[in-house]
Design a binder for this molecule. Structure first.
Ligand SMILES: C[S@@+](CC[C@H](N)C(=O)[O-])C[C@H]1O[C@@H](n2cnc3c(N)ncnc32)[C@H](O)[C@@H]1O
Length: 291
C-alpha cells in the first residue's frame, strides 16, 4: 500500500499516526543507505536482529548475511550503525541481537532443509568453501567481531547480555560439542550518560531467559522473528515513554508491533518490499478502533 505521493526512489513505504500522538513509519531500502536520511537525534532506542552470517536467504538483492568474507559482513554492519549514529539521541541506546555461525569448510553445499525455504542457500556458502582463514569446524565468533568493530568506531559497549532459550533447537548432528542455547544481545550507548530504567529488567541482570513465541504476527511470509518479550524488555529499560524505537532490519515487524502497543513511535527499515507490505498491513489493522 505504497503512498503514491512519494517519489519512486523515496524510501518511505507507509506511515501512520495514532490518536495518542505516536507514529509509525516503514522505510524500504538498504539500512546502510536509508539510515543516513533519518532526522538528527530523532531516535531514542535501536532494537534489532540483523541477518546472521550465512544462515538464511531473505530473497532480496543486496541483503546482508551472504558476504563472501567475514570482514565484508562485519563491515556492512559497522557502517550501518555508523550511519544510524547521528539519528540516535545523545542519551540513546542500541540493543543488537546476533547469533554465531560455524565454519564448516566441508566443500559441499549445506544440507537441504525441506521445511524452511529460507534456510536453502544458493550454491556453496562462504562458510562451506575454503579460504575463510580459520581452522575447519571453528565457531567464527561473529557477534564479538561486530561488537569490537563498533567499539573501535566509538560506541560504548555497556553489556553483552546472554539471551537463553531453554527450548533451543537441538543439533543432533553435532556430536562433539554442546548444542547452542544462547545468543548475544549487546547493549551500546552513544554517550557515557544515557536513558536506562533498571526496573524494566524485572529482576534479571545480564542473563535473560526468554522463550521463542509460538505465534507471532511476524510469522507467515517471514522467517526469523524474535520473541515479543525480548523487545518488551529492551523497550522497558531503554526507551522513554513516548520515545521512538528504530529497527533497521525490521523483517516481519515484531519491534514495531511491540513499540506501538507500549506507546512508543516506531521506524522500521527493511530491504524486502514483501515484508514492508506485511508490516504496513499489520500496523494499519493494529491501529483500527476495536468494536
Ligand atoms: C533476522 S531478520 C529480522 C527479524 C525481525 N527481528 C522480526 O522479529 O521479524 C533480518 C531482516 O533484515 C533484512 N535485511 C537484510 N539486509 C538488509 C539491508 N541491507 N537493509 C535492510 N534490511 C535488510 C532481511 O530481509 C530480514 O527481513
Amino acid at each position: 500500500m505504497r503512498d503514491e505521493d512519494f517519489e519512486k526512489d523515496d524510501p518511505l513505504y507507509a506511515s501512520g499516526k495514532r490518536e495518542s500522538g505516536t507514529s509509525w513509519t516503514v522505510l524500504n531500502g538498504d539500512s546502510k543507505v536509508v539510515s543516513s536520511a533519518l532526522a538528527t537525534g530523532s531516535i531514542n532506542c535501536v532494537i534489532t536482529s540483523p541477518p546472521y552470517y550465512w544462515q538464511r536467504d531473505y530473497e532480496v538483492d543486496g541483503q546482508f548475511g551472504l558476504e563472501p568474507t567475514i570482514d565484508g559482513y562485519v563491515g556492512n554492519l559497522r557502517e550501518t550503525f555508523a550511519a544510524i549514529k547521528p539519528a540516535l539521541a545523545d542519551d540513546g541506546v542500541v540493543f543488537l541481537n546476533l547469533g554465531d555461525t560455524y565454519y564448516s569448510a566441508k566443500g559441499r553445499p549445506h544440507g537441504k532443509d525441506d521445511k524452511h525455504r529460507s534456510r536453502r542457500l544458493p550454491g556453496l556458502r562462504a562458510v562451506d568453501g575454503p579460504g575463510l582463514g580459520l581452522p575447519r569446524k571453528s565457531l567464527i565468533g561473529i557477534p564479538w567481531r561486530v561488537a569490537l568493530a563498533m567499539q573501535e568506531d566509538g560506541w560504548t559497549l555497556r553489556s553483552s547480555i546472554i539471551w537463553v532459550r531453554k527450548s533451543a533447537i537441538p543439533e543432533p548432528t553435532s556430536k562433539d560439542r554442546p548444542w547452542r542455547k544462547y545468543e548475544h544481545v549487546f547493549l551500546f550507548s552513544k554517550s557515557p550518560r544515557y536513558f536506562f530504567d533498571r526496573d524494566g529488567l524485572d529482576g534479571e541482570e545480564d542473563v535473560w531467559f526468554i522463550e521463542p513465541d509460538r505465534r507471532s504476527l511476524a510469522r507467515g511470509t517471514h522467517y526469523a522473528p524474535y520473541p515479543r518479550a525480548l523487545v518488551e524488555r529492551c523497550i522497558a529499560v531503554g526507551c522513554p515513554e513516548g520515545g521512538t524505537v528504530l529497527d533497521p532490519f525490521v523483517g516481519g515487524g515484531t519491534t514495531m508491533y511491540v513499540a506501538d502497543e507500549m506507546g512508543r513511535s516506531s521506524v522500521g527499515i527493511e530491504l524486502n518490499p514483501d515484508f514492508c507490505a506485511l508490516i504496513s498491513e499489520n500496523m494499519e489493522t493494529l491501529g483500527e478502533p476495536i468494536g
